[in-house]
Design a protein around this ligand. Sequence first.
Ligand SMILES: [Zn+2]
Length: 446
Amino acid sequence: MMYRQLYRLMRIIRPREFRSLKYSRELERNQWLSRDELEHIEWQKLKKLLDHAYANVPFYRQRFQQVGLTPADIQTKKDFCRIPLLSKDDIRAHEDELIAQNYAEGMKRDTTSGSTGIPIGVYHDHNYVPMENAAFTRLRRWFGVEPGDKAAWIWGRRDDLPADTWSARLITALKRERWLNAFRVSDEEMQSFAEMLVEWQPDYLVGYATSVYLFARHVSSHHIAEIHLKAVETTAGTLWPHERQMIEETFDCQVFDRYGSHETGHIAAECEYGRMHIACDVCCVQILTGGKPVSEGEVGEIVVTPLYNYGMPLIRYRIGDVGSWDTQACPCGRGLPALHEIVGRTNSIITLPSGKYLYGGIFLTILEDVLEIQQFRVHQPTKNKLEILLEKGDGFRQETIDLVHERTIKLLGDEPINVSILATNEIPPTVSGKYLVTTSDVPVEF
Ligand SMILES: [Zn+2]
């Protein structure tokens, strides 16, 4: 109890935490507004951001001028689509010009490798972390998790891990967090983390989707039943149905997946009904195909505009994911719009020689009953080549490889693709530390 009181005190004393409380109150109210009211709020925030970017960010002033636009010309969402998209390459090439001239001081540079492994640098201003924390507070409350509840993290990114200083250790202790490094996780480390959690009894578990799944698999296979959680929060990469099922059964609680990135911050999260609600009061989302908004049910490229990072605005940023809208009202009653499905990263989509696309999930559906495979990865180095890596489990035989080959050929039909299969004892994470089911070097054009 003392920790909780100290934590509350810290939230009032630290300016950053205090700002977060202010934002938190705003977001709590917003979620129950109607869709129209929320769209109005989003549009007002967007307009303000565009005015600021034009007045203070050299990159945008130039970019607006190149296409003959001023913020006054942007009166509707259709006008907003006239602003050219921002790519990762744009950020790499124009990092300095993307910084707002009136925000140059006091910003934190964050580098992210994304799933491609090529780093980009993004600056976050003083409002970024408070707003991010407020967004997390809102979505965790959907599952009964309150600020100050005990959190077990399975995370790997060095910049996010608590620093080795006394102040960082104090804050981690006050926030009641325990961390397991997801990038260097052996059976022994998972076992000792699990034993610590049995003793400590966290309220919730947060981590990379596949890392949490691997941990749940360990906990389940070692019959460790004494970890009682309110909820499990997963992020970074697709949470596949079999992973969700394993995690929910192991910890006997609901899993909620959230969607965001280090460049943009929080974007969306699942509510208690499993709908992926977009925090449209924090980040504006568009889904496009051929440069135009998709129609209902259509899959397209996800393009985002975070509404709070004035220090380095990212306007219509191509985050590299593909998805579609969920237009049904959610039984939870929140007015926040929703994504139907995030089908994957653009670099996880396999483009067949005929021009058709294959999403990662399809391989799961054809291989999920092959129990002799622990994990697998499909990589497309060129348009006519597919390499499948299988991690051997109990009972793995030559016939397992033959079966995977036969099913893959059947899935591909008449497509002229050469399929090669390699069996290994362990599949390492990708360069970004995430476990992706499919990766492709063939670019997708939307
Ligand atoms: Zn909902």
